[in-house]
Design a protein around this ligand. Structure first.
Ligand SMILES: NC(=O)c1ccc[n+]([C@@H]2O[C@H](COP(=O)([O-])OP(=O)(O)OC[C@H]3O[C@@H](n4cnc5c(N)ncnc54)[C@H](O)[C@@H]3O)[C@@H](O)[C@H]2O)c1
Length: 355
């Protein structure tokens, strides 16, 4: 193994680690030197699939025996707070899958442990690196786009019980699935001052929320999250509107529509290369590693960002502060019941700094 590659250990050898993280880390030129999982069969199979040199049942035993730069955890939010603190005691950086914890207090304790150890704690909000969202962010950051005024998103997940929660409730749904989109709303619109949400529930296992967000910038956000529609259909749409007549829409992470301030229709209207609507889609028949769905979904970009940021010694985002902000939004959405919850000043959310 080359010295300049990020040396990692994988914690948790379950379904997600094998389906997404292993191939994404391979494409990001990250070495997995060891893996651990109390389930010996999973640990051994994943060790072989990852080309790792050893497998363990226990993370602390692994970190005592191996020399790594970072651990990548794919276990679940009920255990990340404990495991992250243990990992920092071994002097490594930590990447945790989303959600980083269940409560804000746990998230803050993790952030404090990272600061005390002088190590980074990165959270797996890979949608920031998805092709369409990455392009939309680039567009919305341009001077031509102006200031972001509206962020509007609609996402459905199908009925799905998170592996870590064992039960499907409105809270586990929001924390497991929608937390990605709560982070995306912040990614595109910046810090959120307040949230108001209305729940709709058709049965014990089918529900959704209509969410209104007030950004610190004065922009407004609209978010529809539910599990009503099947995950067998394209189910993500995000639109960002700027202050100068432009918007950018991302559908299914692979169709980006950049709508510019075009002329209304008049007799003899010409085609304007500068002002007409532009559409980007990948050519899926082009043989290129960059057309892998793990690239378009963001997992590869997330791992490349991790490797490059840690190698450069720069602050890697999304950080635990982003994770805490998304957790605060998740709790606020579930508890709102139509009330406006001020994330900076109100009650139980008073201590949460939403950056
Ligand atoms: N970003 C995404 O799109 C995405 C998608 C799915 C899951 N996830 C996240 O990935 C994580 C794992 O989810 P999953 O579906 O693979 O769950 P899973 O139950 O399939 O896998 C979890 C694994 O962790 C192991 N484990 C439990 N305690 C451990 C410990 N102390 N040390 C090491 N391993 C331990 C379990 O034995 C199991 O093999 C969760 O945080 C989940 O939210 C993220």
């Amino acid at each position: 193994m080359q010295q300049d590659r990020l040396r990692t250990a994988l914690v948790g050898c379950g379904a997600f680690a094998n389906a997404a993280l292993l191939p994404a880390m391979r494409m990001a030129d990250i070495d997995i030197v060891a893996v651990c999982d109390p389930d010996a069969a999973r640990a051994e199979a994943t060790m072989r699939a990852a080309g790792a040199g050893a497998c363990y049942a226990d993370m602390s035993a692994m970190l005592a025996a191996e020399t790594v730069d970072a651990v990548v955890m794919a276990v679940g939010p009920t255990i990340y707070p404990t495991l992250a603190v243990q990992a920092f005691a071994h002097g490594v950086h930590v990447f945790v899958e989303k959600p980083p914890a269940i409560t804000l207090a746990e998230g803050e304790a993790m952030a404090l442990a990272a600061r005390k150890a002088g190590r980074q704690l990165i959270v797996g909000f890979m949608k920031r690196f998805a092709t369409g969202y990455r392009m939309a962010k680039d567009i919305s950051d341009t001077a031509d786009f102006g200031a972001v005024q509206m962020v509007s998103a609609r996402i459905t997940s199908g009925v799905w019980t998170p592996a870590w929660s064992k039960t499907l409730t409105p809270f586990s749904f929001v924390l497991d699935h929608s937390v990605h989109f709560l982070d995306l709303m912040r990614f595109f619109g910046g810090p959120v001052d307040w949230v108001s949400a209305v729940k709709t529930q058709a049965s014990d296992e089918r529900f959704g929320f209509a969410v209104l967000l007030g950004y610190a910038s004065g922009a407004a956000g609209l978010l529809e999250i539910s599990n009503y529609e099947s995950r067998g259909v394209p189910n993500e749409r995000v639109q960002i509107t700027g202050s100068k007549g432009a918007s950018v829409t991302v559908e299914n992470v692979t169709r980006v529509t950049y709508t510019r301030d075009a002329e209304p229709m008049v007799p003899g209207r010409a085609f304007s290369p500068e002002r007409e609507r532009l559409i980007w889609e990948p050519n899926m028949t082009n043989i290129s590693g960059e057309n892998a769905s793990l690239v378009h979904m963001g997992y590869v970009g997330e791992m490349r960002n991790l490797a490059a940021g840690l190698a450069a010694g720069s602050a890697v985002t999304p950080s635990i502060e982003d994770g805490i902000a998304a957790l605060a939004l998740a709790h606020a959405v579930v508890e709102s019941d139509g009330r406006r919850i001020n994330l900076q000043n109100a009650g139980e959310f008073q201590h949460v700094a939403v950056h």
